[in-house]
Design a protein. Structure first.
Length: 663
């Protein structure tokens, strides 16, 4: 080793020694970094505490051990949720001598009965952090357990155990768990539970599992016109009842909604893979809405279960069109079917994977296939059992299809006109598409010429255009206007879009229907994607708001066992495939260092083919206040003041995924 490495004036190490290294114990990490566990400290995060406790009670009901849940909002921002299930175990935990199992669950992260699948076949709580996080972020938590005809109680404050578990005596007519807590004002300030929000949450849970009765109680001072003091929710029809309430008196395309449920087939070991329930209607003159759930947990951003339903409905209508001799039905897209529909979907699956701890999006790959297979047969029967009903729905969907194709044709004319008018000014590296294919046009912004070359060979020439960029583009959030105008990469991007920038940005002039950022699945790739998202947020925010911007999801690994090969998007997905699909087999693992390492066929199959790829849509929230919060965050992380970034890193370093660092 060269001595040059050690030359120079040594820096002082006096301010960085062993005393600088903190070790957070117990639930202290939750109080220090609540955003890592509940997404922040705003109103949504506050109500996430209620959802965590209610989800635990629902898991008992879904598992067949509870029939009743009580939700009580009291004075002083105190919430109590009780069930008549088995009750949390209260005996001494074998790994923690001197501590009750109840205390371990309430005061230890990643503890619970939902890891092995023995206590719960399906559950909403997965990581063993839910109720312990509630405890950590509450100034006062009290848990009562009625178990084996005895009543027990234990008290906590801000994650600390206030004393040992107490045995209060016999309770022959009671069973289950009661959790009462008051959110800590040190964490949430003066934010209060919103009665209407909790009321709707309790009611929606009752719709999701027909076998449970949920009783609502609310302090008199919190009662309003739309929040009663008491109510009982029990819906034998499940989602069908929910849909009927939501539709009300509105006229629909079909007199009967498409509703039903189906158990998934058992796995190789004879264990149930879960079930799916759905309810869909198509009101006339409606913008529609969608509701997605997994194991009774709302997934507002949809995910793989949503993809399965969309595929089943789309393929079903195309097949019905073919059956009735409607040749144009082959052009129906999933959006034609979904737009304007009132659609609800609930799945119960084992070991679901979510995009984050707040569970906004389901990412379990098998959910798409299971849902599509389960729903498709029922939808085919729905259409063909009553041909007039099927034709009515097909006609409505095809009207939307014709309107979409008309708008697409208008955009295509504008795109070609813009191309001809500015032909000499289009970026030299842009490989354009002809734009006359059946699918919508897409522009892939690709990291590097090597990956760009593979993408050009892998693309659909009719619908997919490729624009390679060189490394990390300019950070527009910290650059002056003159520097932005002088940057060649920025100029190329602006010309390729054809829709103008800033106040002159007009989404109607956008030359492509989708803009897809496709970078390597590593830290540098994530940085480049962040810079590109910053560019679109600042220079073409209307493009983002209209939903035209996407992130591609290239795989990180290729797993091969014998003749079978599968791709894994990250370490968690790799571990899942090894434990399920390749269980007991010798697996050869290849890691892609970048997009350029994939041959065109692999890139097409995993990342570019609309039939097999996954995309993440980048959007802006509709509310002005939330958009302002996004702008503040972008300015903080990408702006000119490095001190803001430094402070953010200091405050959030504990949230770093160690797997990402190790990779």
């Amino acid at each position: 080793m060269s001595d040059d490495l050690f030359e120079g004036t040594p820096a002082s190490s006096g301010d960085y020694d062993s005393s600088s290294i903190e070790v957070l114990e117990g639930l202290e990490p939750v109080r220090r970094r609540p955003g890592m566990y509940i997404g922040g400290t705003d109103d949504r995060a506050l109500h996430h505490l209620a959802a965590e406790v209610l989800d635990n009670a629902m898991d008992e009901a879904v598992a067949g051990h509870a029939t009743r849940i009580e939700v009580s909002l009291e004075e002083g921002n105190r919430l109590t949720i009780a069930d008549n299930g088995r009750g949390i175990p209260v005996d001494e935990h074998p790994k923690f001598p001197g501590k009750s199992t109840l205390e371990v669950i309430l005061s230890t992260l990643h503890s619970g009965g939902k890891f092995s699948g023995k206590a719960y076949a399906t559950s909403g709580g997965l990581h063993g952090v839910g109720v312990s996080v509630v405890n950590a972020l509450s100034s006062d938590t009290r848990v009562e357990v009625a178990r084996d005809r005895q009543l027990y109680v234990q008290k906590f404050a801000r994650g600390e155990t206030l004393g040992p578990i107490e045995k209060l005596g016999p309770t022959p007519n009671r069973r289950g768990t009661t959790v009462s807590f008051t959110p800590d004002t040190e964490i949430f300030g003066d934010r209060q539970f919103k009665p209407r929000r909790l009321f709707k949450l309790a009611r929606s849970k009752a719709y999701l599992f027909a076998g449970v009765e949920i009783r609502w109680k609310c302090a008199d001072s919190l009662v309003s016109d739309d929040v009663p003091a008491e109510a009982v929710f029990k819906f034998p029809g499940g989602l069908a009842d929910h849909l009927a309430e939501q539709i009300g008196s509105r006229e629909c395309v079909t007199a009967q909604p498409f509703a039903g449920n189906q158990d998934f087939p058992d796995d190789e070991d004879g264990q149930s893979l879960g079930r799916v329930e759905w309810a869909c209607a198509w009101p006339l003159y409606s913008d529609g809405s969608t509701s997605w759930y997994c194991n009774t947990v709302p997934t507002p951003d949809g995910g793989t279960h949503e993809q399965g339903l969309r595929a089943a409905l789309t393929k079903g209508l195309r097949a019905f069109g073919d059956l009735t001799g409607t040749k144009k039905a082959k052009d129906i897209s999933a959006d034609d079917v979904m737009v304007g529909g009132e659609v609800m979907l609930s799945v119960f699956i084992r070991d679901p994977q979510f995009q984050s701890q707040t569970k906004d999006r389901l990412t379990s790959p098998e959910a798409a296939r299971l849902v599509e297979n389960a729903v498709r047969d029922h939808f085919d029967h729905f259409l063909t059992d009553n041909m007039e009903r099927g034709k009515a729905l097909l006609g409505q969907v095809m009207e939307r299809m014709d309107e979409r194709l008309r708008r697409k044709q208008e955009r295509e004319i504008k795109r070609k006109t813009a191309t001809n008018a500015k032909k000499l000014r289009l970026p030299g590296k842009l490989t354009d598409c002809s734009g006359d294919g059946e699918g919508e046009t897409e522009l892939f912004i690709v990291e590097g010429d090597s990956a760009g070359g593979s993408a050009k060979q892998a693309r659909n020439r009719k619908t997919q255009a490729i624009l390679p960029i060189r490394g990390k583009i300019l950070n527009v959030a910290s650059a002056t206007a003159d520097k932005i105008r002088a940057n060649q990469e920025i100029a190329d991007l602006s010309l390729a879009m054809g829709c103008g920038t800033r106040k002159d940005c007009d989404p109607e002039n956008l030359r492509y229907d989708r803009i897809i950022i496709m970078t390597d699945a590593d830290v540098d790739g994530a940085h480049i994607a962040t810079l590109l998202m910053t560019f679109f947020f600042q220079e073409m925010s209307e493009i983002v708001r209209k939903g035209h911007l996407f992130l591609a999801q290239p795989p990180l690994y290729r797993l091969t066992a014998g003749k079978e090969s599968l791709y894994a998007r990250d370490d968690a997905h790799r571990a899942e495939l090894e434990a399920t699909v390749f269980k007991g087999k010798k697996v050869e693992v290849g890691r892609f260092k970048g997009l350029g390492e994939m041959n065109p066929a692999q890139l097409r199959e995993t990342t570019m083919n609309p039939e097999t790829r996954s995309l993440v849509r980048i959007t802006l929230p509709p509310e002005f206040e939330q958009r302002a919060a996004v702008k503040e965050l972008v300015d903080q992380l990408m702006g000119r003041n490095p001190e803001h970034r430094f402070n953010f890193i200091q405050n959030n370093a504990g949230d770093m995924d160690r797997d990402l660092i190790d990779a």
